[in-house]
Design a binder for this molecule. Structure first.
Ligand SMILES: Nc1ncnc2c1ncn2[C@@H]1O[C@H](COP(=O)(O)OP(=O)(O)OP(=O)(O)O)[C@@H](O)[C@H]1O
Length: 613
């Protein structure tokens, strides 16, 4: 239900749980909507004056040659017209303001909601459906400025018109009432989309939009794998189904419009015929007959217009329901309430269980784990075992179904995303940048960083050398997630972004993906040094990284995690049973399981435990 509180039937108040969040935004515009509703009464009355003018002209001016009456009537009707124009423009402007207030209220609440939803809720909805939700806000706002609300506000006019017909042309009143009832019945009959609460055409248009967005995102894969034919066929099928629905609905609407037009003419004929009989029998005047015809149109128009706007109302109701479902979802916690001392960086999991949904097997089943502060951990396991899921639990991005994830003695659940991110910085597998310069990207997570710190972080991750060679250096603009930069450079910049947060715990998901061999060695060396001061946890398929870590956490894929020495992990997961002994070392490993390669010019940074701030 989208109507503001004072416009809703009393029976619905308080029980409309669907509209409760939207009503918050509507209530901010209540004053403006109220003013528009109040203005509708004088507007309705003034709109009837031309009919009364016609009546008087016929009855008093024509038959009695009353020139002075005509001048007085003309003056009166001109004043009324100007006043009506003024009031109508005030009403439109109030409704426009109300629409803007509602739009702003819902859009900003929706944006807050989106930003503060747990990652799992965000993942359950395709990215394109969020874009569609913001478009839904426009649909709800259009309700305020479109024909629906105007027709609703004009409904009192119908009542006034019928009353005046009763006063000036009583014999035709039954015909007018009959026609009003016919139009009201037709309006009810055509309201099937409103009654069903869904607009199939709109739903198909949304699916089509979402598929088009997916297609654009997957353009490189589609081209590379030559999937054009299959994708085109799928898109055309989706488009055809939307077009068929739109065509059939369009046809129905045209039919109803034609019928409504013919019925209006029929009403006029019926009123004229009945009125003519009444005039002949001197039950009413000719002026009364002409005025009754005009008033009948005034009485029927709001009802006919309302019926013509059902579609817009149905779309707004559907959009409102969708918005409300999202707004009603739970957000992440807003914070711990007090500023807690910076933790040392010990991480632990106590009896943690997690599964993606009821139907799937648990990824973790009562797992307990203790990770010491300032140590270097690697996470190993086969594809799909649950390594990334483990990282998301450790960063607080996923909440365990059971058990606790702790940093030092604090349960992560008590912290807001901002609080957790200040201590635990994470670099996910897929790096994506919003539009802006490289410097903007680096400042986005930590606005107070200095240029010197930015350069230091980029040197640490190896991004600086590349950025310095760009014609615009750090002012180079990145678009579409930074596609113009190579994947390796994007990863190095993202890593610098993470380092600038000055975390206690650094969590990286396959950071050596896309890195060349020298960069991988440099990163491993940097991470070893960073781990002198911070806890470093890295999901990796790099033997060199595992060999350089203090402990390997092996995710079995059967719900548990085992702690191993790097040598054991290299044997089990990299088929290198003798790594760390006198046998050939894994790639990137120079001496035993520990890598000691540090670029000389980075030594000072690395020696400070990667402290760039
Ligand atoms: N958003 C999700 N919704 C549902 N299931 C998921 C989701 N993300 C991961 N999974 C499932 O959870 C399991 C663990 O996935 P995860 O990405 O943690 O594995 P991984 O060990 O990191 O794999 P890889 O080495 O391929 O990156 C997989 O079976 C995967 O299909």
């Amino acid at each position: 239900m989208l109507l503001p509180l004072r416009m809703r039937p009393a029976s619905l108040r308080g029980q409309d749980h669907l509209g409760v969040f939207l009503l918050d935004s509507f209530s901010q515009a209540r004053g403006k909507i109220g003013r528009a509703a109040w203005l509708s009464t004088p507007i309705g009355l003034l709109a009837l004056l031309p009919s009364v003018f016609t009546l008087e002209v016929f009855d008093r001016v024509i038959f009695r040659q009353g020139y002075s009456t005509l001048i007085a009537l003309l003056a009166g009707v001109m004043v009324a017209l100007i006043l009506e124009w003024f009031l109508r423009s005030r009403r439109s402007s109030s409704l426009r303001d109300a629409g803007a207030v509602i739009d702003w209220g819902i859009s900003s609440t929706l944006l807050d909601k989106m930003m503060n939803q747990p990652l799992r809720s965000l993942e359950e909805r395709p990215a394109a459906s969020w874009v569609a939700l913001f478009r839904d806000v426009g649909t709800v706002r259009a309700l305020m400025t479109g024909p629906v609300i105007q027709s609703l506000f004009d409904l009192p006019l119908a009542v006034f018109a019928v009353v005046i017909v009763g006063l000036v042309a009583l014999p035709v009143l039954p015909v007018v009432l009959g026609m009003v009832c016919v139009f009201a019945a037709m309006a009810w009959w055509w309201a099937d989309e409103v009654k069903q609460g869904k607009v199939a055409e709109l739903q198909q248009a949304r699916s089509l939009d979402m598929f088009t967005a997916e297609m654009c995102r997957a353009r490189e894969s589609v081209k590379a794998l030559a999937q054009q034919e299959a994708v085109t066929a799928q898109w055309k099928a989706s488009y055809e189904s939307w077009l068929a629905e739109s065509y059939s609905r369009g046809g129905q609407m045209e039919k109803s419009k034609e019928l409504s037009h013919s019925l209006l003419i029929a009403s006029s004929i019926a009123i004229t015929a009945t009125g003519a009989l009444a005039v002949v029998n001197q039950w009413m005047s000719i002026g009364g007959l002409i005025a009754a015809n005009m008033l009948a149109i005034k009485a029927i128009s709001p009802i006919a217009n309302l019926a013509g706007s059902w579609r817009q109302l149905a779309q707004a109701i559907e959009a409102g329901r969708r918005l409300n479902r999202v707004l009603a979802q739970t957000s992440e916690t807003s914070g711990a309430g007090v500023s807690l001392p910076r933790p040392k960086g010990e991480m632990s999991m106590e009896e943690v269980s997690f599964r993606f949904d009821e139907q799937s097997e648990p990824v973790f089943n009562k797992v307990s784990l203790k990770l010491g502060a300032a140590r270097f951990y690697t996470v190993v396991g086969k594809n799909g075992a649950g390594k990334s899921t483990l990282l998301k639990l450790l960063t607080g991005l996923y909440r365990p179904d059971e058990g606790q994830v702790m940093i030092d003695e604090y349960d992560l659940q008590q912290f807001s995303r901002m609080e957790t991110a200040a201590w635990i910085s994470t670099l996910s597998q897929n790096v994506y940048f919003l539009d802006g310069t490289i410097a903007d990207q680096l400042r986005r997570g930590s606005s107070d960083v200095t240029d010197e710190q930015i350069v230091k972080a980029c040197k640490l991750t190896g991004a600086h050398a590349f950025i310095s060679r760009l014609p615009k250096g750090y002012a180079t603009v990145m678009r579409e997630g930074g596609r113009a930069l190579s994947a390796g450079v994007r990863r190095k910049i993202a890593l610098a972004q993470v380092m600038l947060r000055n975390p206690v715990v650094l969590i990286l998901d396959e950071p050596t993906n896309d890195l060349d061999h020298a960069s991988e060695l440099q990163l491993i060396a940097s991470l070893r040094m960073i781990a002198k001061l911070r806890t470093v946890i890295v999901v990796t398929h790099s033997a060199g990284m595992v060999a350089s870590s203090d402990v390997a956490l092996a995710v079995s894929g059967e719900g548990d995690i085992q702690e191993m020495t790097p040598v054991q992990a290299l044997g089990v997961y990299f088929n290198r049973p003798n790594a760390g002994s006198s046998s050939p070392a894994p790639d990137g490993v120079k001496q035993g399981p520990h890598l000691t390669v540090v670029e000389p010019r980075l030594a000072s940074v690395a020696a400070a435990g990667g402290d760039v701030r």
